[in-house]
Design a protein around this ligand. Structure first.
Ligand code: NAI
Length: 286
């Protein structure tokens, strides 16, 4: 997808990885529509980016479907149709697996998965109605490759990968030139830990609110994390070159191998049932 002169709509675009994407797309000559729940960060991003790109900002909670549709309408009025939509807004948070919290689940899954669905639900029908082309970029995480201590976050991110794979596999979208990219970052140097703690809903007890805060997570993100600008450049290149999976580092390799080999090892012996299924699939298509 060519981006010069095109409009790029980015959720969570006010800071961190979203801002890194905005900077990269701005340098490539795109116009920016930045949507975020944080008004101060949004204003700072607008001030910074306005000198390089036409920049419009939208105060938006990605969980709010009506507000999302209004932001899309306004963005389209001001900047024309969005050629690329980056569903990137997200929060990091988790309660312990042994101490599950409906409030934390609703919060993390509502933003990290629900927000991505809402972005797809609002923008994809517009791209289809125009007859394409377009590009959807969904931010998942290497945490979505395999479940673990990040529980709700991993569940949401795994679902973002599956949702993106469904778009990528769709023949009608393929025909219209509507492409998908799923971004699976490893550690990226942003304020996601402190932002995640601050964003936890009221009433969530301290032990669950700050469960994410540990030496391991802080080290991966804050000491060893990639610069958000570098990730922005990787996303820009993936959009320009129509690439689907984007991994920012190789940290998921072991998890991916172990998961795939454990699943393959759990497969039953081939039976008559499998042969009938395979035959039916050949006849009907996947
Ligand atoms: P960040 O905290 O720096 O930026 C997230 C942005 O999303 C913030 O500007 C925040 O205000 C906004 N946001 C949060 N909730 C929102 C809502 N309900 N509606 C609209 N905007 C909202 O975090 P970062 O690191 O830039 O994260 C961006 C994405 O990358 C997230 O989806 C995150 O899960 C993912 N990610 C980050 C990694 C990292 O190491 N930083 C690793 C893997 C994935």
């Amino acid at each position: 997808t060519d981006v010069a002169g095109k409009t790029i709509f980015i959720t969570g675009g006010a800071q961190g990885i979203g801002l890194g994407m905005a900077r990269a797309f701005a340098l490539a000559g795109a116009d920016l529509a930045l949507a975020d729940i944080d008004p101060d960060a949004l204003e700072a991003a607008r001030e910074e980016l306005s000198s390089t790109a036409r920049t419009e900002t939208f105060l938006l909670d990605v969980r709010d479907r009506d507000a999302f549709a209004r932001a899309a309408d306004e963005s389209e009025e001001r900047l024309g149709p969005a050629a690329v939509v980056c569903n990137n807004a997200g929060v990091l948070g988790t309660a312990a697996v042994t101490d599950p919290s409906p409030a934390v689940w609703d919060h993390v899954v509502g933003i990290d998965l629900g927000g991505v669905f809402n972005g797809v639900g609002v923008f994809l029908p517009r791209m289809v109605a125009r007859g394409g082309p377009g590009h959807i970029v969904n931010t998942a995480s290497t945490a979505g490759i395999r479940g673990g201590a990040l529980f709700e976050y991993s569940a949401a991110k795994a679902a973002v990968i599956a949702l993106s794979e469904s778009l990528h596999a769709d023949a009608e979208l393929e025909r219209l030139g509507i492409r998908t990219t799923v971004l699976c970052p490893g550690g990226v140097r942003t304020r996601i830990i402190d932002n995640g703690i601050a964003a936890m809903p009221e009433g969530v007890p301290e032990r669950q609110r700050t469960r994410i805060d540990g030496e391991r997570v802080r080290t991966v993100i804050e000491q060893c994390g990639l610069a958000p600008e570098a990730v922005g450049e990787q996303v820009l290149a993936a959009v320009q070159e129509d690439r689907f999976y984007v991994f920012t580092d190789r940290s998921a390799v072991a998890d991916l191998r172990e998961r795939a080999s454990a699943m393959l090892a759990a497969m039953p012996e081939e039976s008559e049932h499998d042969r009938r299924l395979a035959e039916a699939r050949r006849r009907l298509g996947r």
